[in-house]
Design a protein around this ligand. Structure first.
Ligand code: SAH
Ligand code: SF4
Ligand code: F3S
Length: 492
C-alpha cells in the first residue's frame, strides 16, 4: 500500500504540473555565451522562462540543452508544495558537482522559491550566485555580470505594474503549434493554503493590444493554438486609466474603454478562425455568463474550462477562503452545461486533508465530483506553506496517512469518471489539432479535441499542425483513439 501511495503522489504531482521539468533546447545564433534554464511549476512559470530567455538573448546568450556546456544555469522554481521545493534543492546539489569543475559558471535561482526565500537562499545554498523574483527579470543581465565579477546578488522586488508586455518571448521546447500567452500576473485572492499571492505579488493585467499582437505573430509563424494564462483569468481587467494612461496615449489605436476577460477572448478569437484559443485558470467566484456566451459564439474558442473546486464542502471552502460555497460552485457548473452543453470539458484541482477536514467533509468532495462529472482533475494532499493564512491560523492536524488515503480515494473516483466521460465520446466526430508524434509509437500521432482530451490517430496524409476530423473509436480513462475522416476540413 505504501508503494502505491508513493506512486499516486508522484503521478498526481506530475500531472498537475504540466511543465513539471522543462529544459532549454539548443539554439545557435552565434552568441558568445550559453544559457541553460530548467523550469518547474505551472504554465506561468514556463511562460516566464521564455521571457527570461528573450532578455538573456538580447544580452549575448544562446540557449543550450546541456548544463555542462552552460556559462549560466537558471532554475526557475516553484513553491506551491513542499515537495516542489525539495526537488529544486536536489537539483542544486547536482549543479554543485558541475560547478566544481567549472568554477566560472553562474548559477541563478529564479521564480517563486527565489521570491519566498530571498537572500536566505544564498546562505543556505552556497553555490547560488543570483536570486531573482518573478517581477525582476529585467535586472538579470546586470546581476549575472556582477556575479561574473564575484558579486552575488538578490532582486526580489515585487512590482504593481510589470507585465513584460513589450518582451517577445523566445519559444522554448516548442512544437511550433501550441504556445502560452501570459495575460496577467500575480493574484489578489488570498486562498488560505496558497503561497502564490506572496511569491507573485498583486494582480495586474497586460495591455490587450500587446496580447492580440502576440497571438497574431504566433499565427503568422504557423502556430495554431494559444493558451491565455493567469492565476484567475476571469478577473482580467484593463483600462487606460488603471494601466498607465500616459504610456498608452502615445500609442495609435489605443483602447479607451475597460476590457474584461470576455472582451479579450473575443479580440483574440478574431485573429483567425484557424487559431484555437484556450485559457487557464478560471475562478468559480468570477467566471461570468458573458465569458460562457463568448465561448459559445466562437468555434475556435475551445470548449474546455479548468474550474478548480478544491473541496466539495462549504465549511472547508470557507476555511480555505475560496469565497464561494458548494451551491455557488454547482450553480456555475449548471450555467456551463446550460450555455455550452454536455460536451464542454470541465476539470478541477482538489486538495485532500486540509486543516480540520472530517471524513464527512471529505465525502462531500467525492460527491461533488460525481455531480459535476469532471473530465479530469489535478489532485493533491494538503502541504502547509510557511507564511500563508492557513499556516498562521490553523493547525495542520490531519495525519499524513489520512491525507494520502483520502487522496487515493479522490484519484480512484476521478479515474472512474474520466473513463465514463471518455466513453461518452465513442462514435462521435471531433475536430482535433495534431500536436506531435504519439509517445508510444511513431506510426501514430497525438492531437487534442476541443475539450482538451488527447486523441491518438494513425499516421496518414497530414502533418503536425493540421486539423483532422476524426471519429472516436476507442478510449482508456486517459486517452481517446480516433480514425481519420477528413484532413483540414473547411473551418470558419
Ligand atoms: N490559481 C489557481 C491555482 C494555482 S495553484 C486557482 O485558483 O485555481 C494550483 C493548485 O495547487 C491549486 O488549485 C491547489 O489545488 C494546489 N495547491 C495550492 N496550494 C497548495 C497547498 N498548500 N497544498 C496542496 N495543494 C496546493
Ligand atoms: Fe492561489 Fe487562490 Fe490565487 Fe489560485 S486564486 S493562485 S489558489 S490564492
Ligand atoms: Fe506557479 Fe508554483 Fe509559482 S504553481 S505561480 S510556479 S508557486
Amino acid at each position: 500500500m505504501d508503494n502505491l501511495i508513493k506512486d499516486i503522489d508522484i503521478i498526481s504531482a506530475e500531472e498537475a504540473q504540466a511543465c513539471d521539468f522543462k529544459t532549454t533546447a539548443d539554439e545557435n545564433t552565434g552568441k558568445t555565451k550559453k544559457l541553460y534554464i530548467e523550469s518547474y511549476g505551472c504554465a506561468m512559470n514556463f511562460s516566464d522562462s521564455e521571457i527570461v530567455a528573450s532578455i538573456m538573448k538580447e544580452n549575448g546568450f544562446d540557449t543550450t540543452s546541456d548544463f555542462n556546456q552552460a556559462d549560466v544555469i537558471f532554475l526557475n522554481t516553484c513553491s506551491i508544495r513542499e515537495k516542489a521545493e525539495q526537488t529544486v534543492r536536489k537539483r542544486l546539489s547536482d549543479f554543485n558537482r558541475a560547478k566544481k569543475s567549472r568554477p566560472d559558471m553562474t548559477i541563478g535561482v529564479l521564480g517563486c522559491m527565489a521570491e519566498r526565500l530571498k537572500d536566505k537562499l544564498l546562505e543556505e545554498e552556497k553555490i547560488v550566485d543570483v536570486v531573482v523574483g518573478p517581477d525582476a527579470y529585467r535586472d538579470l543581465p546586470n546581476l549575472v555580470s556582477a556575479a561574473e565579477d564575484g558579486n552575488k546578488g538578490v532582486n526580489t522586488f515585487l512590482s504593481r505594474e510589470e507585465t513584460y508586455a513589450d518582451i517577445a518571448p523566445v519559444r522554448l521546447n516548442s512544437n511550433g503549434v501550441t504556445a502560452f500567452i501570459s495575460i496577467m500576473r500575480g493574484c489578489d485572492n488570498m486562498c488560505s493554503f496558497c503561497v502564490v499571492p506572496f511569491t507573485r505579488g498583486r494582480e495586474r493585467s497586460r495591455d490587450p493590444h500587446s496580447i492580440v499582437a502576440e497571438a497574431q505573430d504566433l499565427f503568422d509563424k504557423g502556430y495554431k493554438e494559444v493558451t491565455l494564462l493567469g492565476q484567475n483569468v476571469d478577473s482580467y481587467k484593463w483600462s487606460p486609466e488603471e494601466n498607465n494612461k500616459a504610456r498608452l496615449e502615445k500609442k495609435e489605436g489605443a483602447v479607451s474603454t475597460v476590457v474584461n476577460f470576455a472582451n479579450l477572448l473575443e479580440m483574440v478569437a478574431q485573429v483567425s478562425p484557424l487559431l484555437r484559443i484556450r485559457f487557464s485558470t478560471s475562478h468559480p467566484k468570477d467566471i461570468t455568463d458573458e465569458v460562457l456566451y463568448t465561448m459559445k459564439k466562437y468555434d475556435n474558442i475551445c470548449k474546455y474550462i479548468h474550474l478548480p473546486v478544491q473541496s466539495g464542502n462549504s465549511r472547508v471552502l470557507e476555511l480555505m477562503n475560496r469565497t464561494y460555497d458548494r451551491e455557488w460552485y454547482l450553480d456555475r457548473v449548471r450555467a456551463i452545461r446550460d450555455i455550452l452543453g454536455d460536451e464542454c470539458g470541465i476539470s478541477s484541482d482538489m486538495i485532500t486533508g486540509f486543516c480540520t477536514e472530517t471524513e464527512e467533509e471529505h465525502q462531500d468532495t467525492l460527491s461533488i465530483m460525481d455531480i459535476v462529472q469532471y473530465d479530469f482533475s489535478y489532485m493533491f494532499f494538503y502541504s502547509e506553506r510557511p507564511g500563508t493564512l492557513a499556516a498562521k491560523k490553523f493547525e495542520d492536524d490531519i495525519p499524513l496517512e489520512i491525507k494520502k488515503r483520502r487522496l487515493a480515494e479522490v484519484i480512484t473516483k476521478q479515474s472512474e469518471l474520466s473513463h465514463a466521460r471518455n466513453k461518452m465520446d465513442l462514435g462521435k466526430e471531433q475536430l482535433i489539432l495534431v500536436e506531435g508524434i504519439s509517445k508510444k509509437s511513431d506510426q501514430e500521432y497525438r492531437g487534442r479535441n476541443s475539450a482538451n482530451k488527447v486523441v491518438i490517430i494513425p499516421a496518414g496524409d497530414y502533418k503536425i499542425g493540421d486539423y483532422v476530423l476524426v471519429k472516436i473509436i476507442d478510449c482508456t480513462p486517459a486517452t481517446l483513439f480516433g480514425e481519420i475522416i477528413t484532413v483540414n476540413p473547411a473551418i470558419g
